[in-house]
Design a protein around this ligand. Structure first.
Ligand code: C5P
Length: 224
């Protein structure tokens, strides 16, 4: 059976990752969380006190960075490793969420991560989610999906996810963070967040999770 590339882009907190994971599982594809890579770089920069306005420091920090994904045998899902350490929990904290869009604007960071993402998807059979997957990383992706949802609904879902990890965060703080990230991600000069012309748009505000997965799997099967 033909293997394809599925690109899922969209605003922060629309459920791209959970949807992409479920689609990958159904199709027996590899799921790649490109946002986790930008988050891991951000954590690395925070830990190394990298000055984002100094390109030499940014390049130096990037040269000492190794991001890997390893499967957690208990959950069956990939987890993010930074220089050999499992950082899956740390990269999801507000501390990282509040800095990640500033880091993702940097040319050198994007160049490095886009190259890694292209390598990760070169054998196809992947579902990758992010902001520029259908426009820049895989402009020839066989299936492109662009996910949106109402900001308050997204924030409530994110609050619940954080709570499940034992992190109680005020709704206002999450609304502000999602809105700010969308603003910075959509207005940056290099590969801004935007819907690819040939992407199928799905508004998940009032969609049942299983329905949105089924919808994407159906679209994928039409291409396989
Ligand atoms: O997907 P997630 O919300 O974890 O992404 C975190 C941040 O990483 C985004 O707000 C954005 O700044 C950046 N990102 C990006 N390009 C991607 C994926 C994520 O700029 N392909």
């Amino acid at each position: 059976m033909k293997k394809i590339v599925i690109a899922i882009d969209g605003f922060s907190g629309c459920g791209k990752s959970s949807t992409a994971k479920a689609v990958a599982k159904t199709l027996n594809y590899t799921y790649i969380d490109s946002g986790a890579m930008y988050r891991a770089v951000t954590l690395h920069f925070i830990n190394s006190f990298t000055n984002l306005t100094n390109p030499k420091e940014v390049l130096k920090a990037l040269s000492t960075l190794k991001i890997e994904f390893h499967k957690n045998e208990e959950t069956g899902f990939q987890e993010t490793y930074l220089n050999g350490l499992n950082v899956e929990k740390q990269i999801r904290t507000m501390k990282v969420s509040e800095r990640v869009s500033e880091v993702s604007k940097l040319k050198d960071v994007r160049q490095e991560l886009v190259a890694q993402q292209k390598r990760l998807g070169r054998h196809k059979g992947v579902v990758m989610d992010g902001r520029d997957i259908g426009t820049v990383v895989f402009p020839d992706a066989d299936l492109k999906v662009f996910m949106t949802a109402d900001l308050i609904i997204r924030a409530e879902r994110r609050q619940q996810e954080l709570l499940e990890k034992g992190d109680l965060v005020e709704l206002d703080k999450i609304v502000h963070n999602l809105g700010e990230r969308d603003r910075i991600d959509s207005s940056r000069d290099i590969s801004p967040l935007k819907k690819a012309d040939d992407a199928v748009e799905i508004d998940t505000s009032y969609l049942d999770f299983d329905d949105q997965v089924t919808q994407i799997v159906k679209l994928a099967k039409e291409k396989i």
